[in-house]
Design a protein around this ligand. Structure first.
Ligand code: CTP
Ligand code: MG
Length: 191
């Protein structure tokens, strides 16, 4: 699962960067699409897009760095890049020896892909006449992830069953988070 982490970091980073210190300039500049609805909407800003890519990549590289430092420091080894166990068994099947270039490329492409996937998701939400913030189940939870996998595919070709399993479980986390938020009285409905 750790291999997918940059996409999730970028997704969280987008909301953080986008809402930090006031809202930024919308990417569509307020423009309408042919159908008279906003192209992306007020919730998709340059600050969020660029910030998400930077936060996603930086946190992921930091995580890899901490991992290597811990393995060297605590376990006393002097691991070669090929010893990196930042990958699961399934991922090992596809990348037994991730090179530094591969790790860099997949981290950046997963971050970039996540932020653009979220933007594409909002494009479809506006086309189906959903206002900013209106939930679109599954699209909201999977747009960033699936587009991230597509963008990183050349460096991170996951098998279909991995993508299927993570696509089933990722929305579940959102459902659980909403139920918790409901019982903490932060939300009015438990979904
Ligand atoms: N955000 C941003 N820029 C982005 C993505 C997100 O500024 N590219 C910020 C916005 O403040 C947004 C918040 O993060 O409101 C939450 O993101 P998201 O849920 O994706 O946006 P929504 O406001 O729900 O808009 P949409 O209906 O288009 O999903
Ligand atoms: Mg939303």
């Amino acid at each position: 699962m750790l291999g997918s982490v940059p996409a999730f970091f970028a997704n969280a980073g987008m909301t953080f960067a986008g809402t930090f210190h006031g809202s930024g300039h919308p990417i569509d500049g307020g423009r309408m699409f042919r159908d008279g609805k906003r192209v992306f909407g007020e919730g998709k800003t340059w600050k969020g897009l660029i910030g998400g890519i930077i936060i996603g990549s930086t946190l992921s590289f930091l995580m890899i760095f901490v991992y290597i430092a811990l393995e060297q420091g605590i376990l006393g080894g002097s691991p070669h890049w090929s010893d990196l166990k930042l990958i699961t068994l399934q991922e090992v099947l596809f990348f037994i020896h991730p090179s530094p270039l591969n790790l860099i490329m997949r981290t950046v492409l997963l971050s970039v892909g996540a932020c653009f996937g979220d933007l594409i998701g909002s494009f479809f939400k506006r086309r189906t006449a959903r206002e900013r913030g209106t939930p679109f189940p599954l699209l909201d939870q999977l747009d960033f992830l699936l587009f991230a996998y597509l963008c990183a595919y050349a460096f991170f070709p996951l098998p279909w069953y991995y993508i299927l399993v993570i696509s089933l479980f990722t929305p579940l986390v959102a459902v659980l988070a909403n139920i918790v938020a409901y019982y903490l009285r932060k939300k009015h409905v438990p979904w």
